[in-house]
Write a protein that binds this ligand. Sequence first.
Ligand SMILES: [Zn+2]
Length: 313
Amino acid sequence: MKKILRLLAAVLAPVLLLSGCQLPEDAAALNPRTNSSTASEATASAAALQKKASIWYFDVGQGDSELLQLPDGKTVLIDSGTSESAKGLVKLLKGLNISKLDIVIATHPHADHIGGMLQVLRNFEIGQYVMPRVADDDVPTTKLYTNLLKEMKKKKITATQAKAGLTLLNESGCSITLLAPKKAQYTKLNNYSAVAMVTIGAKKFLFTGDAEKESEQEMVKSGVSLHADVLKCGHHGSKTSTTTAFLKAVSPTAAVISCGRGNDYGFPAPQTLSHLKSAGVKIYRTDEQKTICAQTDGKTISFETGLASATHT
Ligand SMILES: [Zn+2]
C-alpha cells in the first residue's frame, strides 16, 4: 500500500507543480486526486497576468476558510475555520511559505469562521484586519470571541470595519471590494457577513461568508454588479442562502460549498444543489473533494480538488 502511495505521489507531483497549487509535499501526497485535464488547460492558455493567482478553499470541516495568493505575492485570508482545524490551517499556510497575511477578513464572529483566528494572529504577521461592526445586542460573549479581541489588543491590531462599498485592494490588475454588510443592524448574525468581490484580471470570485436571504436581497436591490465566475455559496450551501434572484445576478459558472462531511445541519441543502444544477453551475464541495484550489491567469480558471485538509494533521 505504502509503495502504491509513493508511486502515486511521484506521478502526481509534477502535475501539482505544473499547475502551481503547491502544498507541502507530504500533504499533497496524502490527497492525490488531481484534475490533470484542467491543469494542463490552464498551462496551455496565454497568460494575461504575469503570474497566476491561486484561490484556496480549504477543507476545514464544518466551517469556512479561503486564501488568495495574488500574482504580486500578496496574501488574503478570508475566515479561519473552526478551533478544531486551527492547527491544520496554520500548517497548510506555513506549507505555502506564508509568513505574512496582508489582509485578513473575518466575515462574521461565528465559531466556524473565526475559530482558528487566534492561532492565525499568533503565527502570522497581519497587515490589515477586517471585520464587521456588530450591533451591541448581537456581540458574541463567547470565550473564543473575547480571547480573540484580547489577542488583537495585545498585538495592537485595529480592525477596519467591513461595510459595503469599501475597497480593500486595487493594484496589479486585482481588486477586492466589499458588497456587504449594508446596514448597521441585522436580526441574524449571519447577515453581518462581509461579502467580498475579488477581481483578478477579467475573472471574478465572490465570497459571501454566511450571508443569507436578507443580505442577498439588499445586494441585488443595490444595483451593483454581482456577476462572478466563481461563487463561494453563502452559509455552507444552506437553503437560506443562494436564493434564486441572487444566483441569477451572480450567474457563476462554478460554485464552491464549504461544509463538513456528514454535518449535523444537513448542509448543503438539496434545494441549493438543485438550484445550482438547474442553472448549469459546476459544483465543488469541500466535504466531498477536500481542499479545492482554483487558479487563474485573469483569463481562464482551472480547478484542482482532493488537496490536503486542515482537519487531518
Ligand atoms: Zn458558518
